[in-house]
Design a protein. Structure first.
Ligand code: SF4
Ligand code: SF4
Length: 307
């Protein structure tokens, strides 16, 4: 006979789940309202499409790179700027933790692309989960989520049949920051728009309220610059179509293309990264009170001094 499971106190379970995330290194964690996720995400990309009896969607956010990382040139940052794997390991562990502690099914939500829909469509939107869980708000930088305390984070999700009380999305969006509104008032652009090397960001700020009005993001232009896995087949196609040996050699051994082979052979995340310039100039990403480990160190010292 299957064992009778003890009743679960929803509030205590949520506390235990969030405490696990923070203990393992997340800066923020929350629970998204499943009904809201279902309203926003199209059929085929709702949590129940990969976990039929899902009851809760837990979103986890980890901090971006170190403060020092913002001082290196983008050609170096492209190799190590992203910290999403840390979020993935925490959520992977969380799924095991919930099953082990509560005896209830849980999964690590794959952050990967939908094989039926191609390399631009994720199986699930981790961004929607995090936004609805109240751990990030959409910015003018291509909808990158920003947090007023932790700045720029990376996100991961866990789906579970454990019922948890949902959180609310953030009441206030930290983007645009006051200095960005000032810049917009004088040049009609914010720092992320101005410094994106391929000019794929555009939008409007309401000059009276200082709030976002319109955000435009040319995803294809950003991806061409930053997600080089899509240029691999083009390089191979150019080599196949080349009519003479010299052109074929150019297609394969052109210095840019040689870098692609290098990145593939070492399994570099640089094939999938951002160029980071929009975040390098973003005051929330770089100056939010706990945006990097040095600021968090100072925050701890201040808190200790105040005790
Ligand atoms: S990652 Fe680079 S290319 Fe993409 S929006 Fe940001 S600055 Fe522009
Ligand atoms: S620089 Fe950052 S805060 Fe300013 S508008 Fe862009 S994303 Fe928002």
């Amino acid at each position: 006979m299957p064992k009778k499971k003890p009743a679960i106190d929803k509030a205590a379970a949520k506390e235990a789940v969030l405490a696990y995330c923070l203990k393992k290194g997340a800066l923020a964690a929350g629970v998204a309202d499943l009904e809201a996720v279902n309203r926003i995400c199209p059929p085929g990309h709702r949590p129940a499409d990969i976990m039929p009896r899902v009851k809760s969607v837990i979103a986890i956010g980890v901090g971006g790179q170190t403060q020092g990382a913002w001082t290196v040139p983008s050609k170096a940052l492209g190799y190590f700027g992203s910290t999403e794997t840390r979020a993935y390991s925490i959520s992977y562990g969380l799924a095991f933790y919930i099953e082990n502690k509560f005896g209830i099914r849980s999964i690590y939500c794959p952050p990967d692309m939908d094989p039926d829909a191609g390399p631009r469509v994720p199986l699930q939107s981790l961004k929607v989960h995090a936004e609805l869980a109240g751990i990030g708000a959409r910015s003018l930088a291509g909808d990158i989520l920003l947090h007023p305390e932790f700045g720029y984070m990376y996100f991961a999700s866990v789906f579970t049949e454990l019922e948890l009380e949902p959180d609310a999305p953030m009441a206030e969006n930290p983007c645009p920051a006051p200095s960005c509104v000032n810049m917009y008032r004088s040049i009609q652009r914010t720092p992320c728009m101005k410094f994106c090397p391929v000019q794929c960001l555009d939008g409007e700020v309401d000059e009276e309220t200082g709030k976002q009005k319109v955000m435009r993001y040319d995803m294809a232009a950003c991806a061409e610059m930053t997600q080089q896995y899509e240029t691999v087949p083009s390089a191979i196609m150019d080599a196949i179509r080349a009519t003479d040996e010299e052109d074929r050699e150019d297609a394969l051994f052109d210095p840019d293309n040689k870098m692609l082979w290098y990145k593939m052979s070492v399994g570099s995340g640089g094939l999938l990264a951002q160029c980071f310039e929009c975040m390098r100039v973003c005051p929330i990403a770089t100056q939010a009170p706990q945006a990097d480990p040095i600021l968090r160190h100072e925050h701890r010292l201040d808190a200790e001094a105040a005790e």
